[in-house]
Design a protein around this ligand. Sequence first.
Ligand code: GLU
Length: 469
Amino acid sequence: MTVTRFAPSPTGFLHIGGARTALFSWLYAKGRGGRFLLRIEDTDRERSTEAAVDAIFEGMAWLGLAGDNPEPIYQTQRLGRYAEVIARMLAQGTAYHCYASKQELDQLRAEQQARKEKPRYDGRWRPEAGKILPAPPQGVKPVVRFKSPDEGRVVLKDLIKGEIVFDARELDDLIIARSDGTPTYNFCVVVDDMDMGITHVIRGDDHVNNTPRQIQILQALGAAPPAYAHVSMILGGDGAKLSKRHGALGVMEYRTMGFMPEAMLNYLVRLGWSHGDQELFTRQEMIEKFDFDHVSASPARFDMEKAYWVNHQYLKVTDPALIAPEFEWHLRRIGVDPDNGPALIAVIEQQRERCRTLAEMADKSRFFYEELSGYNDRDAARHLTPKSAPVLAALIETLGTSDWQPEALHDAVHGVAETLGLKLGDVAQPIRVAVAGMAVSPPIDHTLALLGRVRALARLQAAALKAGS
Ligand code: GLU
């Protein structure tokens, strides 16, 4: 069975790159009837925070990327297990104690640099057949090093990058436990991947250079290494490393900006993966079609305009009932009470053609739920003039007796235009400013229908007063 994992270090929120890695892992598992597991790599206690763990869960939950393990795995809860594996490796001779002091190692590095060599541990405490090691110095707590094979090659058959070959002589003996006994990063990853039965490690390509060591340690433990897929980084539209100035980086910021989670997934999956020239995918289609053969080995470019486009496509076609909870979140965020006005679904149906984001939709729909705080100055100056006063008066009269349904309202508005010999716009725009406070709104018949008779007429009356004054 395919088992993948997402293993964030909780040092900040869930950012775009992490979310894409999580999505790829999730899709790969789901598309193969496999499992997707969550692991929190929190052994770096200086940098890991509870708040970051929560922020990562929040982002994952919003995107609908749940782990299949009932509880995520926390590395800090597995210290006993790591100690056990280290003890086993020491006993088997695949790891050894190293007593070299910091000063000695600094000196070694300085000498190597002076000779223009790559700094590496020289194996001074590495046990070898026939080699006599010095007596351990008194009072020094040793680190534990992995005794890495010093000949041969490590072949990484990366599912995205292709084959990468490392010369074993390049890989020195990695510290797997510090002198205080705490295990190091690469070692924990290896033990976890082994214990969790991970078949496919999918992660950012900043980890490529960790991989040969991880493979060697797995082999030393008698475990078959998983397959690896190292995903290229995401660049900004200008080709520079993605940073804050290219737009929001945290997934939840995209929520605030008004993205639908499904649209976000769709946008993220296309950052590096393609399926012919198809741009829009349902979650199910992504699951069915995602593979690593079509993930690019070169960096993806972030394109905010495209993200907006994808979001708009989703807003236009998604069942409004599925949009409604997210829309409600946006209304509440800007202090609008969604219960104080028309059904959200009906508003979404009218607004979605004209809004690229839910934040925009919420802002443009305020007037359905709140009393107007005033009129847009420019629009009022244009449309609430003495000339429009009789138009508004005629409307109030006609609408007063109209059935309050879009069709009847449509006929009533057209009737007034005809009677007064005006173009439809000359009637519709004053109505818009009157009821919405601005000259943009959904079609006027629907806008009036959604607002309801009482609210609409009261606003028309207030506007008629202003226009006549
Ligand atoms: N914790 C690592 C990170 O957040 C990921 C390690 C891995 O996936 O192996 O970059």
